[in-house]
Design a protein around this ligand. Structure first.
Ligand SMILES: NC(=O)c1ccc[n+]([C@@H]2O[C@H](COP(=O)([O-])OP(=O)(O)OC[C@H]3O[C@@H](n4cnc5c(N)ncnc54)[C@H](O)[C@@H]3O)[C@@H](O)[C@H]2O)c1
Ligand SMILES: N[C@H](CO)Cc1c[nH]c[nH+]1
Ligand SMILES: [Zn+2]
Length: 464
């Protein structure tokens, strides 16, 4: 920016719960964050027009891409990588050579690798301790029931690479999978300096023992992992975050494969009062907005606190390396929400169902108990979201866009499939045979009834 240019003012929307328009304003905000919002930036619209020759919605773009990759395979994957990411990938070998990963690892700074190893230990300690374990019960004589957990065989991980590089996402996806015992892990990241060509991403993959890295991103990478293409065998489950196109593609391929959740653009609701420093709250809002896009919503019952945070935001923004992106993200997706009191703050938070909830007010744990819907909750002034993003142990891959109402964050348990085992003795079957007959008769399924009676009331049964 030159000295004569003035920056756009920071104009974060202000919502007031006492206003008659509050309901519709909040609804509009929720729609904007939702993955079914189907809203894309002007730049994105331009790209769509150029590639597809018409102004399609993101969901229509994703449908075109997934259909083409499913029917044509690798040629469609390469074509979209060229058209959307400007990448000229060779048809012969899609997967990055292991030597590239090894090189990045060798060149990595020892302090970086030391941090990766310490964080790995934190994540593995947490993820291993929450793993489901097999359950056996013997509710009566001759009856044994088991719930058995088996790791998935092969999974695919999306690592974003559009606006920032995410070695932390490699840690937060691969380690839970490894804690669960998954053997085959394929990582996809866009063919960019922030994605599959990022030395930190590659060094982290190598450090964790990942050897399958593919320089593809967006909906085309998700479709390739779901359907399988030459050089990239299909996976059983796709996990990891991404932009709207990645999120919509995961939604679309669900059923062909499993997915973790819709982990789209990052968001935080901060419930705060004057017991926390406004500089902390501003820093937390900026941290989320710098994901670009990233939504930062402050919910408070203290109007002066909002003004103090606004001043802090202006001060701190000027010092950030990603200042312009962060500024635009705050203007587009940020909000100050003034509520009546702590109870209304909980109601509003539950309606938004944010990916991250940071409660930075008095008695945070008490408030947390009143809120049902949040991907991950951070309590008190010294638990910023960045702690969970990078180091604490729970995965930072969390449900976004209101999906925390029903979805959970990624964890080692997401890589386990459960199945039940049922074993009865003849005497135990005889005990329950009458009930089965009654229900089977009601359903008119006489062959079902007979399959039990033949074991309990027949000459064959008498032989046992
Ligand atoms: N929820 C979480 O756990 C979590 C973790 C890390 C990051 N994030 C979020 O993930 C997002 C990552 O975004 P990103 O920018 O890095 O992108 P990304 O790497 O997820 O996707 C980039 C790809 O999208 C495709 N694409 C871009 N514009 C397109 C268009 N107009 N049409 C079709 N395809 C298009 C391109 O192929 C590109 O390679 C951020 O919003 C960040 O907040 C979320
Ligand atoms: N806040 C993102 C979604 O939870 C994760 C992340 C990675 N790096 C920094 N932050
Ligand atoms: Zn973050």
């Amino acid at each position: 920016m030159t000295a004569t240019e003035t920056p756009n003012p920071l104009e974060i929307r202000r919502l007031d719960a006492s206003s008659s328009q509050f309901g519709s304003q909040l609804e509009q905000l929720r729609r904007q964050l939702s993955p079914s919002g189907d809203v894309v930036s002007p730049k994105g619209r331009e790209l769509t027009q150029r590639v597809f020759g018409e102004p399609l919605l993101p969901s229509q773009v994703v449908q075109r891409i997934c259909d083409a990759v499913q029917s044509e395979g690798q040629p469609a994957l390469l074509r979209f990588s060229q058209q959307l990411d400007g990448a000229e990938l060779a048809p012969g070998r899609l997967r990055l050579e292991t030597s590239k990963l090894e090189e990045a690892h060798r060149a990595a700074a020892p302090e970086f690798l030391a941090s990766i190893r310490r964080i790995r230990d934190n994540i593995l300690a947490f993820q291993s301790s929450i793993l489901h374990t097999n359950v056996t019960i013997r509710p009566s004589d001759g009856v044994r029931l088991d719930q058995r957990y088996v790791p998935l065989r092969r999974i695919g991980v999306c690592v974003p690479g559009g606006a920032a590089a995410y070695p932390s996402t490699v840690l937060m996806t691969v380690l839970p999978a490894q804690a669960a015992g998954v053997e085959q892990i394929a990582v996809v990241a866009p063919p960019t300096q922030f994605g599959a060509y990022n030395p930190d991403v590659l060094a982290t993959c190598y450090e964790l023992g990942v050897r399958e890295v593919y320089p593809v991103g967006g909906a085309q990478a998700v479709a390739a992992m779901a359907y399988g293409v030459e050089g990239l065998p299909a996976v059983d489950k796709i996990v990891g975050p991404g932009n709207l196109f990645v999120a919509l593609a995961k939604k679309r391929v669900y059923g062909e494969v499993d997915i973790d959740s819709i982990a789209g653009p990052s968001e935080v609701v901060i419930v705060a009062d004057d017991s926390t420093h406004p500089a902390y709250t501003a820093a937390d809002m900026l941290a989320q907005a710098e994901h670009s896009p990233g939504a930062s919503l402050l919910v408070t019952w203290d109007p002066q606190f909002i003004d103090r945070v606004q001043s802090e935001l202006e001060l701190q923004l000027a010092q950030l390396s990603r200042s312009a992106l962060t500024h635009d993200s705050l203007n587009a997706f940020g909000a100050f929400i003034l509520v009546r009191d702590a109870d209304q703050a909980c109601e509003v938070t539950d309606l938004i169902a944010p990916e991250h909830l940071h409660i930075a007010c008095r008695h945070p744990r008490k408030l947390a108990e009143k809120i049902r819907n949040a991907g991950a909750t951070f309590l008190g002034p010294f638990s910023p979201v960045a702690l969970g993003d990078y180091a604490a142990g729970p995965s930072h891959v969390l449900p976004t866009g209101g999906t925390a109402r029903w979805a959970a964050g990624l964890s080692a348990n997401a890589f386990l499939r459960s199945s039940s085992i049922i074993e009865y003795s003849q005497a135990a079957l005889e005990d329950i045979a009458g009930d089965i007959s009654n229900l089977a008769t009601k359903e008119g399924l006489t062959a079902h009834r007979r399959s039990v009676e033949i074991r309990t009331h027949s000459p064959a049964a008498a032989e046992h």
